[in-house]
Design a protein around this ligand. Structure first.
Ligand code: PLP
Length: 365
């Protein structure tokens, strides 16, 4: 009665947890900034509404925004894309969907990290591809040799650094190795860089610097605390963009016009808020990491994004949840880290301290 490619997919485990959470619970399950969108970005949206910029835009997105995104990629990522190589989408989510639909044929293998972001597997299935979860090393980084093995005969390799849920940031050599291998073997590397600005010690390296068979996906969502505005983009070689544009055109027509003007202010305007948010996330990461270390948990310091991926064990994770701290069990992110839990530090320092106290209590129960 329903399409199997859809009915076979489970509703995200994270959503189920939120629905079960009690009223006085502390939510460390969220994958979104707790900051407000910076005022100059909101003003640009209000201005767009006042000026009546409320109709459809061109399918790929307004020219000024695509130019600003190209300038951003040049400035921040050392990438050289032209506006006709960019499609503005409804968040990184739509960009991922569009790419899967445009590139994956029935049965094509789509490789992604396990543990990894929940959407990759589901989107590969909706595209009737074959999801290939890739185990990681003990610190949840990619092992280049294993990646290469799985890339043989694959259609797509998805790279997500910094990673949700692990916070791992890949080394430039790993990224280069994967891209170069993909280039040799005809495997397109899809890079999801939504957390690129939230890296605390290492440096971000954009895969598209190392080869042409790469599709770059990013979004305003996390960088500018704009998750609800639904603006992301994909950038790729022109032939790829032409195919992707058909999918985008028929499922989305265009990204929201008002949000596009807001995103233009975000990408072309002052960037101070991004650094401020990063420094606050860093302070929260340190607070959470040292607090958990004091409680006896051994794990490497999270390198990026705003998640700690902690070996709490399933039993304690259950107790912590019952104490009213919403965290996400590792099995929501694949099969390879059932004893871990993802703790988001996109939450106030006060709530992080309260959560640590409740975790300590749960350990005593
Ligand atoms: C790794 C990763 N990619 C993509 C997304 C989706 O981003 P957007 O809100 O721009 O669709 C998320 C959201 O949590 C994410 O963690």
């Amino acid at each position: 009665m329903y399409a199997k490619r859809v009915s076979a997919i489970e509703i995200s485990g994270i959503r189920k947890l939120f629905e079960a959470a009690g009223k006085d619970s502390i939510n460390l399950g969220l994958g979104q900034p707790d900051f407000d969108t910076p005022p100059h970005i909101k003003e640009a949206a209000i201005e767009a509404i006042r000026e009546g910029k409320t109709g459809y835009t061109s399918n790929a997105g307004i020219e000024e925004l695509r130019a600003a995104i190209c300038e951003k990629m040049r400035r921040e990522n050392q990438l050289s894309y032209q506006p006709d190589q960019v499609i503005v989408t409804a968040g990184a989510s739509e960009a991922l969907h569009v790419v899967m639909q445009a590139l994956v044929e029935k049965g094509d293998r789509v490789v992604f990290s396990d543990p990894g972001f929940v959407s990759y597997q589901a989107l590969a299935m909706i595209a009737e591809g074959r999801p290939v979860p890739m185990p990681l090393d003990r610190t949840f980084h990619i092992e280049p040799e294993r990646a290469k093995e799985l890339m043989d005969g694959a259609r797509l390799f998805i790279l997500n650094s910094p990673s949700n849920p692990t916070g791992a940031v890949e080394e430039e050599e790993t990224i280069r190795a994967v891209v170069e291998y993909g280039e040799d073997r005809g495997v397109t590397v899809v890079t999801d860089e939504v957390y690129e600005h939230f890296i605390y010690e290492k440096k971000h390296a954009s895969p598209a610097r190392f080869g042409e068979n790469v599709i770059t996906i990013n979004a305003a969502s996390k960088t500018y605390a704009m998750t609800g505005w639904r603006i992301g983009y994909l950038a790729a070689q022109k032939e790829v963009v032409e195919q992707c544009l058909k999918v985008h055109q028929y499922c989305q027509a265009c990204a929201t016009s008002i949000s596009q003007y807001a995103a233009l202010a975000a990408y072309a305007g002052p960037q101070d808020s991004v650094g401020e948010m990063r420094e606050e996330y860093r302070a929260r990461r340190d607070l959470l990491f040292h607090g958990l270390r004091e409680l006896g948990f051994e794990f490497p310091i999270p390198e990026g994004a705003f998640y700690a991926f902690v070996p709490l064990g399933q039993e304690l994770t259950g107790k912590v949840l019952r104490k009213g701290v919403v965290i996400v069990p590792g099995n929501a992110f694949g099969k390879n880290a059932p004893e871990h839990a993802r703790i988001s530090y996109a939450a106030s320092r006060q709530n992080l301290k309260l959560a640590l106290a409740r975790i300590k209590e749960a350990m005593g129960d």
